[in-house]
Design a protein around this ligand. Structure first.
Ligand code: HEC
Length: 111
């Protein structure tokens, strides 16, 4: 193996856990804030395409907040979606949702 190949191999090994760390943060947010109503996050993520999630999560999750603020059934989430905490979380959530989007090629783990 040449030095360059070794370097490439090593950076791949490093990149995978880093990617997982970002996704993991979003997954934690999901479990704390969305799971009580929506259940399994990877299933929800897989219900839409990457591009759709990007649109929904644009502008710090503006659309996602709108969907919930417009629904009486989602009333219990109004406080969360109108809070600054959500605008902060939205970036991590987007990482998580696009990571497991239908066209992401990632197969959900069994957990
Ligand atoms: C209090 C319960 C509740 C919580 C918490 C909640 N949701 Fe929802 N969500 C709903 C309800 C109810 C709807 C359906 C709204 C409607 O169409 O009337 C919905 C709709 C959605 C939709 C649109 C569904 C579709 O097929 O287009 C998405 C996406 C979604 N929620 C994601 C999330 C995410 C991500 C979170 C966490 C940040 C979250 N929800 C938190 C209750 C909740």
């Amino acid at each position: 193996m040449t030095k360059l190949n070794q370097l490439i191999a090593i950076s791949f090994l490093l990149a995978v856990p880093m990617l997982n760390a970002a996704t993991y943060k979003g997954q934690k947010v999901y479990i704390a804030s969305c799971k009580p109503c929506h259940g399994g996050g990877q299933e929800l993520a897989a219900s839409k395409k990457m591009r759709t999630w990007e649109k929904i999560m644009e502008n710090k999750g503006e659309k996602l907040a709108d969907i919930h603020m417009a629904s009486k059934k989602a009333q219990a989430s109004w406080e969360y979606f109108s809070d600054r905490k959500f605008t902060k979380d939205s970036r991590h959530l987007e990482d998580f949702l696009t990571e497991y989007a239908r066209d992401s090629g990632n197969v959900p783990a069994c957990n």
